[in-house]
Design a protein around this ligand. Structure first.
Ligand SMILES: N[C@@H](CCC(=O)N[C@@H](CS)C(=O)NCC(=O)O)C(=O)O
Length: 255
């Protein structure tokens, strides 16, 4: 059984899938796409993933798209190391959380990411090239055009940070309810994996202060970073600060 993963090192959605592969110790052939160069919009890739986004899994010719679907698929076909609770009620809670995570932090984190990391590249483009690039995106066209070449306005940035803050509070409430240390209790689940990249991204952008008053989240973040699958998932080049020198915090810059 051969797995090929089309993904991008710094893509938060890709990081979820790499984490599950690494935790299950499953070998996979990793195809790295350059999202700023538009590899995800090339005709051959669009045949695999008509949304024009990463990740895409090719499992012996069977194509599976969407990161949360891929992680559930991997748990079904390779269940030995499982991230899915046996109990149907717990499983339903996990899926509901995954929906919440896709709607709230996974979408919100794109605003600071694009404003702080990618905007300088878009500002170098001519107006015509930028609009053509935005219009070639099947599902992110409006997002790109709203951002434009001046970035999302402050109100949009504040709204995104507000949605992220509400995510940390929701995680805190879930951990309190389940007894922790993970969202659903004593075992890590796909819900923890789904939200991980948003917090790693905010930490990388220097905004981890947003959850320092929530000790359960501080512990959750330490715990997930201590997982053996974390390091191979975040290999060099997976953090934006490793790719964009202008994002480096003073401590990182001198390291
Ligand atoms: N719901 C999808 C979203 C995928 C997605 O947005 N991928 C981003 C990277 S995290 C992407 O490929 N962006 C390319 C672009 O915006 O052109 C999933 O979870 O797989």
């Amino acid at each position: 059984m051969a797995f090929r993963l089309y993904n991008a090192p710094q893509s938060t959605c890709s990081q979820r899938v790499r984490f599950v592969f690494n935790a299950k110790k499953l070998p996979f052939d990793e195809v790295k796409l350059n999202l700023l160069e538009g590899d995800q919009l090339k005709p051959d890739y669009l045949k695999l993933n008509p949304n024009g986004v990463v990740p895409t899994l090719d499992h012996d010719g069977a194509i599976v798209i969407d990161s949360t679907v891929i992680t559930e698929y991997l748990d079904e076909v390779e269940p030995e190391v499982s991230f899915t609770p046996e109990n149907p009620v717990a499983r339903a809670r996990m899926r509901a959380l995954m929906h919440f995570i896709d709607e709230m932090p996974a979408a919100a984190v794109r605003v600071p990411t694009f404003n702080l990391a990618f905007l300088p590249s878009f500002q170098k483009m001519s107006r015509e090239d930028f609009v053509a690039m935005a219009e070639s995106k099947p599902i992110r066209r409006e997002f790109m055009l709203t951002m434009g070449q001046t970035g999302f306005p402050e109100a949009e940035m504040d709204a995104a940070l507000g949605r992220l803050r509400r995510t940390y509070e929701r995680m805190d409430a879930e951990i309190e309810k389940s007894g922790g240390p993970w969202l659903l209790g004593k075992d890590i689940s796909l819900a923890d994996v789904a939200v991980m990249p948003a917090l790693v991204r905010m930490h990388d952008l220097g905004m981890a202060d947003q959850w320092q008053d929530l000790p359960r989240i501080v512990t959750w973040f330490d715990n997930i970073r201590a997982q053996p699958a974390f390091k191979p998932t975040y290999y060099h080049g997976s953090l934006l600060s490793e790719r964009f020198p202008h994002l480096r915090q003073p401590a990182q810059a001198s390291a």
